[in-house]
Design a protein around this ligand. Structure first.
Ligand SMILES: CC(C)(COP(=O)(O)OP(=O)(O)OC[C@H]1O[C@@H](n2cnc3c(N)ncnc32)[C@H](O)[C@@H]1OP(=O)(O)O)[C@@H](O)C(=O)NCCC(=O)NCCS
Length: 136
């Protein structure tokens, strides 16, 4: 159900086994290639999908975010928040922001090395951007 800028009817919950194909489809649809979808599958298969959240709208998985262990040179180990994706037809309605902030807010205190793909993109690829990372 797409109603206004924010989709309050969209439920966020932990991914269940029956959501896995739909989570894959979300990434495959949102990104230009299936690389991210396969990355999520590989993380899950390797037991390194520490957190896997889905956004469900009227029974359909429309968004997914993955958190997995990362080690950054010179920094403490932590959790990397990536990839995150929302089906194109459901983007710009606040779902991506909710997916990121829901878990980020809960985990920031206990995960000092937490990073996000949004933050990394802004630092590395878009030095002129005035955008702020979601949940940053
Ligand atoms: C990025 C993505 C998940 C955002 O989902 P969404 O549901 O459209 O996001 P929201 O509607 O919650 O937007 C929240 C805010 O984040 C901003 N935002 C959206 N995409 C962004 C991006 N790639 N970088 C920085 N900011 C972004 C929006 O401008 C919005 O800010 P506003 O409210 O001030 O306008 C979605 O566009 C997507 O699936 N993109 C393809 C996959 C991708 O690039 N994932 C991110 C890298 S892992």
């Amino acid at each position: 159900m797409v109603d206004d800028k924010h989709e309050p009817m969209t439920l966020l919950r932990l991914e269940q086994e029956t959501d896995q194909a739909a989570s894959h489809a979300v990434h495959a649809s949102a990104f230009p290639t299936a690389v991210e979808a396969r990355l999520v599958d590989a993380l899950r298969a390797a037991g390194r999908l520490t957190v896997s959240l889905v956004a469900v709208d009227v029974g359909q998985v429309v968004g997914h975010v993955a958190l997995s262990p990362v080690t950054v040179a010179g920094a403490a180990d932590g959790l990397g928040l990536a990839p995150v994706a929302v089906l194109p037809a459901h983007q710009r309605h606040g779902i991506g922001g909710r997916l990121v902030t829901k878990d980020l807010g809960q985990r920031r205190a206990s995960a000092p090395g937490l990073s996000s793909c949004w933050a990394r993109r802004i630092i590395m690829a878009d030095s002129d951007s005035s955008r702020q990372p979601i949940g940053g």
